[in-house]
Design a binder for this molecule. Structure first.
Ligand code: LLP
Length: 429
């Protein structure tokens, strides 16, 4: 790694103004407009290095979960650091290949892969298809047979491990949830696979949830996978070389507690102790969340029913996490480090009462025209943005030291209607 990794990274104030590494956020807002997502390349590098240092000496390979932030420049940055990727759709496969990843760098997860997506992934030579159901396995066998290959399969197990995350929507590892193959079905599936010609069982996976602050559930999942691996191997059904423990590592700047990386590495060690296995992990949020902020301009203030309301030019279409998960993101003024004195609801312009970033929050006393900054929005921010209310999606900017670049242009109004027609081309049935 170059010297830059050692430089102080992230967000600091100089004379009151908030900087992302060497660039003032108000400079970016003036040049690129608002709302705009800004990411610090150094913070992503630092997070990657922190994780790499924590698992040093273990046979661990990082497969960044593309869904957290799927912009090509972010993918290319993570590729340059040595990461592979975890994808969940044909669209993410397209992005990963565009960003320069090889098939062998890619694992394909997801509970509802279509036959066409499976075919594209197999043709791309992905490292593994992480199969989540017996039905999917049958479709994959057909697809691989038709194109004359043997597809490498990792079975995603539902290990029946509960996690305590800030919101129920981000828990995935308990019985009855839609994810993975139930624990008590895995051996039967492995037995069935040993008679299938075009799928080869190479490993087991689990992903128990997102924004996990405690390493204990990872240890439980690792133990469940190890136990299953031993059963499968003792029956000579397959020789397993991959144990994939998924993502979910919690970070601080949001409302969850951050994961103790040492305890996490100890949990991985349970799986790594099996001879001849490579451990895969699929962090998304951990690598990118804290690198990013959403910069938005205050449009108006109003007073209603005893409440102060601050209306910003970003809305729930740009950043949906507070509306969807009641997530907490720190909100700062971009230009002033004055003590926060205003208690207000910070809301967007979208025509929904659920369009808010914070309620009853103490922030700097802002006026129309001022910039506000929502922290820790580098993960599941832009990648979950929509065009609701026919609002073009914002721009994305990457900062690297004292330089910045637009990595995703702001959408235009023309982009909104480009694939539509006002004169339908009817097809007679
Ligand atoms: N691997 C698999 C199979 C996953 O489903 C996920 C996330 C990850 C890895 C990465 O998880 P991470 O390390 O980022 O926690 N939209 C929600 C998060 C949903 C996560 C879905 N799966 C949010 O904004 O909190």
């Amino acid at each position: 790694m170059g010297q830059s990794v050692l430089m102080p990274a992230g967000y600091t104030r100089r004379d009151g103004a908030l900087f992302c590494d060497g660039v003032a956020l108000d400079t970016i807002a003036d040049r690129v407009g608002t709302p705009v997502y800004v990411y610090s390349a150094n913070t992503i590098r630092n997070q990657y290095q922190r994780l790499a240092a924590a698992v040093e000496g273990l046979p661990v390979h990082v497969h960044y979960s593309v869904k957290a932030n799927s912009s090509l420049a972010i993918l290319a940055l993570l590729r340059s650091l040595g990461a592979g990727v975890d994808i969940v759709s044909g669209g993410e496969l397209h992005r990963a290949l565009e960003a320069g990843f090889a098939g062998s760098d890619i694992v394909f997860s997801g509970v509802g892969k279509t036959p066409a997506e499976l075919e594209r992934a197999v043709r791309a030579g992905v490292r593994s298809i992480n199969v989540e159901s017996e039905g999917e396995l049958a479709v994959l066998q057909d697809v691989a047979h038709r194109i004359g290959v043997v597809a490498p399969v990792v079975l995603r197990v539902n290990p029946d491990v509960a996690v305590d995350t800030p919101h129920p929507y981000t828990r995935t590892g308990e019985r009855g949830m839609k994810f993975g193959i139930p624990l008590d079905r895995v051996i039967a599936v492995a037995r069935a696979m040993s008679h299938m010609t075009n799928v080869k069982l190479i490993g087991l996976a689990s992903h128990i949830g997102s924004q996990i602050g405690d390493a204990t559930p990872y240890a439980l999942a690792a133990k469940a996978l190890v136990q299953l691996k031993r059963e499968i191997e003792s029956e000579n059904l397959a020789r397993l070389t991959t144990l994939d423990l998924g993502g979910g590592l919690g970070v601080t700047d949001d409302d969850g507690s951050s994961l103790d990386l040492r305890a996490y590495a100890d949990a991985l060690r349970i799986a790594a102790a099996e001879p001849g296995v490579e451990i895969l992990i699929e962090p998304g949020r951990f690598l990118v969340a804290e690198s990013g902020v959403l910069v938005t301009r205050v449009l108006y203030r109003k007073h209603s029913g005893g409440k102060e309301i601050v209306i910003t030019d970003a809305g729930m279409n740009d950043f949906i996490r507070p509306s969807l998960y009641a997530s907490h993101h720190a909100i700062d003024s971009a230009s002033s480090d004055a003590e926060p004195t205003l208690r207000a609801n910070i809301v967007g312009p979208v025509c929904e009462s659920g369009d808010f970033f914070a309620n009853n929050r103490l922030i700097a006393d802002v006026a129309p025209g001022d910039l506000l900054v929502l922290r820790a929005t580098g993960a599941y921010g832009y990648s979950m943005a929509s065009n609701y209310n026919s609002r073009p999606r914002p721009a994305e900017v990457l900062v690297d030291g004292s330089r910045f670049a637009v990595i995703t242009e702001r959408e235009s109004d023309a982009d909104l209607t480009r694939r539509e027609t006002f004169a339908p081309d009817w097809i007679e049935d």
